[in-house]
Design a protein. Structure first.
Length: 367
């Protein structure tokens, strides 16, 4: 008992020392420590999943797991509410895995897009601060192969972070999300990404969830070979009954040198193929919503701003869904990629008043 109390006191002192120089942190102490050099002891683990498994089932306050600097090759599932994952810094604490949608993980079974995620959230009130989540599947090498090359793998979607059913009130602050195709899958509940960095190239922020992005950098990466379009930032599948989808406020849309000028639409409307009573086809109620407010855009953003996306008709054929039939808007865009024309619809000064953090996140209050 005495040893356990001494260890807990040591953890609190250590965490206070480490965190004291950081900003925007919700707590100055932690409940569990993850370190690759951790010694076996109460609340001390060498893997993040072990710390998650040992966390209380339903903590009344945020249960903080401090993750020391290091590269953690893990595929995580967060299923308990009120968990806070706190890294030492976004540049030194990295969680990574290399699954992709078409990869076989058991006989006759492939991951699929959702299953490819490095980190999956299926609980409420989860926070992630000061760390990197990455999917390290070698997309570029595969993308460089000819489409008919026998070595080319199909279904190369590779998710870094997946907000699955059950996720709501998810906060990511000072976080780096790295991948290529389908980096961030926000498919449930409300989420807030603040002061973060998200990188990818094809539909790399997508899903039907209500996600707010503030003061963040959204970077388009290169491709394995030239493509036209080069890629797409967002692919929302917001349900028509939902007022908010993917909302970007005070963000920056940047690129690597490999992304050419006028090559990347802001997004395209995703109508997921869904099973209905009368068949399996593109969801007609997925009228995607994406809004960019006070966002700086580099010149890789296309003049037209948005693009179409094919979906499956009832007869199994492919049909195009047009951006003008989705809910795509901008307000006060700036930078070399900012253009106002008939294809890039603008919110009015009165309409933009509806896009405050308080209105978007509703009764969820968190600073």
């Amino acid at each position: 008992m005495i040893a356990r109390l001494l260890f807990r006191t040591y953890c609190i002192i250590l965490a206070t020392f480490i965190i004291s120089g950081c900003t925007n942190q919700p707590k100055s102490t932690y409940n569990a420590l993850v370190s690759q050099t951790a010694k076996p002891a109460a609340n001390s683990f060498t893997s993040i999943q072990a710390a998650l498994d040992a966390a209380p089932i339903n903590s009344p306050v945020p249960y903080t797991i401090f993750i020391a600097a290091g590269d953690y090759y893990e595929k995580l599932n967060v299923t308990k509410p009120n968990i806070l994952l706190l890294g030492e810094s976004a540049n030194t604490t990295r969680i990574y895995y290399d699954a992709y949608a078409g990869k076989t993980y058991a006989e006759g079974k492939t991951w699929g897009t959702p299953g490819s995620a490095t980190v999956t959230i299926r609980a409420t009130n989860i926070q992630v601060h000061q760390l990197t989540i990455e999917n390290t599947f070698d997309f570029l090498s595969n993308d460089a192969l000819a489409n008919d090359d026998a070595k080319r793998v199909a279904n190369s979607q590779a998710v870094a972070l997946f907000l699955d059913a059950g996720s709501d009130k998810f906060l990511a602050r000072d976080v780096r999300l790295l991948g290529y195709q389908d980096t961030l899958f926000v498919n449930s509940g409300r989420s807030w990404f603040d002061k973060s960095f998200i990188a990818g190239n094809v539909d790399f922020i997508f899903g039907k969830g209500n996600a707010l992005f503030t003061d963040s950098e959204i970077r388009t990466l290169g491709r394995g070979k030239p493509n036209n379009p080069h890629g797409y930032l967002v692919a929302p599948s917001t349900q028509i009954a939902d007022e908010f989808g993917l909302t970007f406020i005070d963000c920056k849309l940047t690129r690597t040198e490999a992304a050419p000028d006028n090559s990347v639409p802001l997004g395209r409307p995703w109508h997921p193929t869904t099973q209905f009573a009368d068949g399996r086809y593109a969801d007609p109620n997925a009228i995607g919503k994406a809004v960019f407010i006070n966002t700086w855009m580099d010149s890789h953003i296309t003049l037209d701003g948005w693009y179409s996306m094919n979906g499956t008709a009832k007869d199994g054929t492919k049909i195009p869904f047009l951006p003008e039939d989705a809910r795509f808007f901008e307000y006060n865009s700036s930078g070399p990629g900012a253009v106002v024309n008939s294809k890039r619809r603008q919110l009015s000064g009165e309409e933009v008043k509806n896009y405050t953090r308080e209105k978007i996140l509703g009764d969820w209050r968190l600073d």
